[in-house]
Design a protein around this ligand. Structure first.
Ligand code: SAM
Length: 373
């Protein structure tokens, strides 16, 4: 095997015009948006607000956490507002998701959302959170202008929750879910990752719970983005297995609505032998049924680096430029560098693509928490 594929050094940080990035010092191209060399245009911006988290999910973080970024390395609220402005006004960003780490641990989260909403009245702004502490903040987030929320909750069982997250906070998450729904943050989505022997047997029960309350459940295949590098293909629960697990209680049929680049494939759900539509469930099969050809996402880490793909091993620094100047010309320079970074987006992440196997895949050093899921 090519040793480049097994060496796990730090991801390359590409200086302007270096590495894979074409066209050194290329000027900003108005109207081109975030186009890549395979014709995809990114319009969905995922922005991480922090790398810190208060859970230690086994599929993401090590037990003792990670070396958190120092505060002066994090994007400030003003830098976030500027980046989103550049994305929306210059680069065709049409929706924004705030994530982390755990975004609720940022004390200025409500202010960040209010500020973004004032500048972009029509921009859909969503938040992905683990729900810990959400009960206290849900109404303020809604009032600040948050459009939607995804809450990660892998099981309704306290013992399995503790085993998965290493923290006894299930009741807080449940209270957060209720508060978010009461605050009108709907349609509310629940994200769940299944781990074999821990919560896979709870899949149908979790779906029934969500359907009863009008929440949309989305199962995410476990990806090799854990800091411990413990993921194995044999160990993960595949989308096909998830469908089988749900079939004990439910009939699933592909939702006829267009997927439109969404990561989740949606299914209509009915009880076995019933024709009554109960709702939908999504399955995000990034590993076994990848959807790279339709990817519309551009990611910015909490320290202002563009990642064109979750599995990217190259990062392009925007923070340095943001801190170097504040004129409209400087914004053009940031936009140009962002365009360059996205131009270099790989065609596919290298796992599970027909005919490719996993041979081209190298697990990134960053965990999901340090990228922004
Ligand atoms: N802390 C927030 C939360 O828990 O939703 C936001 C960040 S978290 C990294 C975003 C999502 O990524 C969560 O739904 C989490 O379950 C998921 N996730 C983390 N590591 C993952 C992995 N290795 N494979 C699949 N999903 C993962």
């Amino acid at each position: 095997m090519d040793t480049a594929h097994v060496a796990l050094g730090m991801p390359g940080i590409i200086p302007r015009g270096g590495g894979d990035v074409p066209a050194a010092d290329r000027a900003f191209t108005p109207g081109a948006g975030l186009l890549d060399q395979f014709g995809r245009r990114a319009t969905d911006m995922r922005l991480s607000l922090t790398d810190k988290c208060n859970l230690r999910c086994r599929y993401c973080m090590p037990e003792n956490g990670l070396d958190w970024l120092k505060k002066d390395k994090l994007l400030t609220a003003a830098e976030i507002a500027r980046l989103v402005g550049i994305g929306v006004d210059r680069l065709g960003v049409r929706e924004l998701r705030l994530t982390g780490g755990e975004p609720l641990v940022r004390a200025d989260l409500v202010d960040i959302i209010a500020r973004l909403r004032r500048s972009h009245p029509d921009l859909p702004i969503s938040l992905t959170t683990n729900g810990v502490g959400l009960a206290r903040k849900a109404q303020a987030l809604a009032d600040a202008g948050l459009t939607r929320i995804n809450i990660s909750m892998d099981t309704l069982h306290h013992d399995a929750f503790l085993q998965l997250t290493r923290r006894p906070f299930l009741d807080q998450v449940l209270a957060g879910v209720e508060a978010a729904a009461a605050a009108g943050l709907v349609p509310l989505k629940i994200n769940a990752v299944l781990m074999r022997g821990v919560n896979d047997a709870h899949a149908a029960e979790l779906l029934a719970w969500c359907l009863d309350r009008g929440y949309e459940l989305r199962f995410i295949e476990q990806m090799p983005l854990d800091a411990d590098h413990g993921w194995t293909r044999e160990g993960m629960i595949t989308a096909a297995e998830i469908r089988t697990l749900l079939s004990t209680d439910f009939d699933l049929s592909v939702d006829p609505r267009a997927r439109d680049g969404a990561p989740a494939e949606r299914f209509e759900v009915r009880r076995n032998s019933s024709t009554t539509l109960l709702g939908t469930v999504g399955i995000i099969a990034s590993v076994t049924e990848p959807f790279c050809a339709d990817c519309k996402r551009t990611r910015i880490t909490a320290e202002g680096k563009v990642m064109s793909c979750l599995f990217s091993r190259t990062e392009v620094d925007l923070l340095e430029l943001l801190r170097a100047g504040s004129t409209a010309a400087d914004d053009d320079a940031v936009a140009a560098r962002w365009q360059d970074a996205m131009w270099a987006k790989p065609k596919a992440h290298g796992m599970g693509h027909p005919g490719l196997g996993d041979a081209d895949f190298v697990q990134p050093d960053r965990s999901m928490s340090a990228i922004g899921g």
